[in-house]
Design a protein around this ligand. Structure first.
Ligand code: ADP
Ligand code: MG
Length: 277
């Protein structure tokens, strides 16, 4: 099986002093779907930016596609080729769509990535129209991304990333702020991409989506270390773990044995009804 990422004992501190990741080690194989869980500030977003080659370890080593990723590797002209390869292989959907969108129209936004790939303008047009169709936003193609709703912006960001056809997708809190119907649409899209063999790593504290989009969960503690890395069902059944990592809070009741959980998510006070069989 192809090894995608190998994170070895990585710590990261912003400006050398604000700890965000501490002694992180894990490997990701091609075709895995993984959720990165953890309370606010535990380091989920930082971990994704590390995997995307946007920040580099303060200590430890990070390998992607069997190459060691460091600032030097990404900065030397010699390795422009590797950098393009990496950028084509890995796509990142940021939590805040506004930082990702910069083109005057949706069409141009989605065309931006393919245009970097030496495709002809006809090929680019075909690719863009296919992706707009797949995401269901063809009718938005001439709109300015900044005038769209939050859910529409998220769809444009996802379309822009999928237009490059990356093998690996990194998504930071993708369901946050979406209405229930768009959330469900996104979950189904991620399931479909997973079945198509994409490697998908999603940072989320939305416990409801975790089991639907991943088989493996990595839980980050508030000390920025990995608390557990394992089967998603086991993680979700481990109430002590969810409590200690601040993913749920005190008022947690279990009705019957693995039957019906009433949980209060730590973040939004909403009830989560989880049906187990
Ligand atoms: P999460 O995504 O799990 O909420 P983050 O990775 O954003 O966590 O943050 C981890 C830690 O790093 C937090 O203490 C946060 O305050 C800090 N941090 C995040 N981004 C920056 C930044 N750009 N500059 C300084 N500190 C940051
Ligand atoms: Mg975050």
């Amino acid at each position: 099986m192809e090894r995608i990422f190998d994170v070895r004992d990585v710590s990261y501190a912003y400006m050398g002093k604000i700890n965000a990741l501490k002694d992180i080690s894990f490997k990701v194989n091609s075709g895995e779907q993984i959720s990165i869980m953890g309370a606010n500030g535990s380091g989920k977003s930082t971990l994704l930016t590390l995997l995307d080659g946007l920040v580099f370890p303060t200590s430890g080593e990070f390998y992607a596609f069997d190459s060691k990723i460091s600032e030097d590797v990404f900065d030397t002209i010699k390795d422009n080729e590797f950098r393009s390869y990496f950028r084509k292989k890995v796509g990142f959907v940021f939590q805040n769509s506004d930082v990702q969108l910069f083109s005057p129209t949706v069409f141009e936004e989605v065309a931006f990535g393919p245009l970097q790939l030496n495709m002809t303008s006809e090929e680019v047009k075909t690719r863009v129209m296919e992706v707009l169709e797949m995401i269901g936003i063809t009718k938005l193609k001439d709109r300015s991304p900044h005038t769209l709703s939050g859910g529409e912006k998220k769809k444009v960001c996802i379309a822009a990333v999928l237009a490059i056809n990356p093998d690996v997708l990194l998504l930071d809190e993708p369901t946050a702020g979406l209405d229930p119907r768009t959330q469900l649409w996104l979950i189904e899209l991620l399931q479909e991409l997973g079945r198509a063999g994409k490697t998908i790593i999603t940072a989320t504290h939305d416990l409801e989506t975790v089991a639907q989009i991943s088989k493996r969960a990595i839980v980050m503690g508030e000390d920025h270390r990995i608390v557990v890395d394992g089967n998603v069902e086991k993680v979700l059944d481990n109430l002590e773990l969810l409590l200690s990592t601040n993913l749920i809070h005190e008022h947690t009741h279990i009705h019957g044995k693995l039957v019906h959980k009433h949980m209060h998510a730590a973040n939004d006070e909403e009830h989560i009804h989880e049906q187990k069989n």
